[in-house]
Design a protein around this ligand. Sequence first.
Ligand code: FES
Length: 68
Amino acid sequence: MAGVNIEIRENGPLRVTGPITITDKDGKEYTIPEGQWASLCRCGGSGNKPFCDSAHRDAGFEAESSAH
Ligand code: FES
């Protein structure tokens, strides 16, 4: 079984490759199976949080995308 991978997309979301379960404040779970991925918004502009809906592109989101 592969581990979780989190990829920092340049000026975009965090791409999380499963297996992973995301749980919201109400306990609703989103399961990402092994080998599949979800993009999590880090610009704050998505209309479908916690997932990215590409709003970062129109917003011109810029952020450090390298891990230090
Ligand atoms: S990072 Fe894509 S909408 Fe926020």
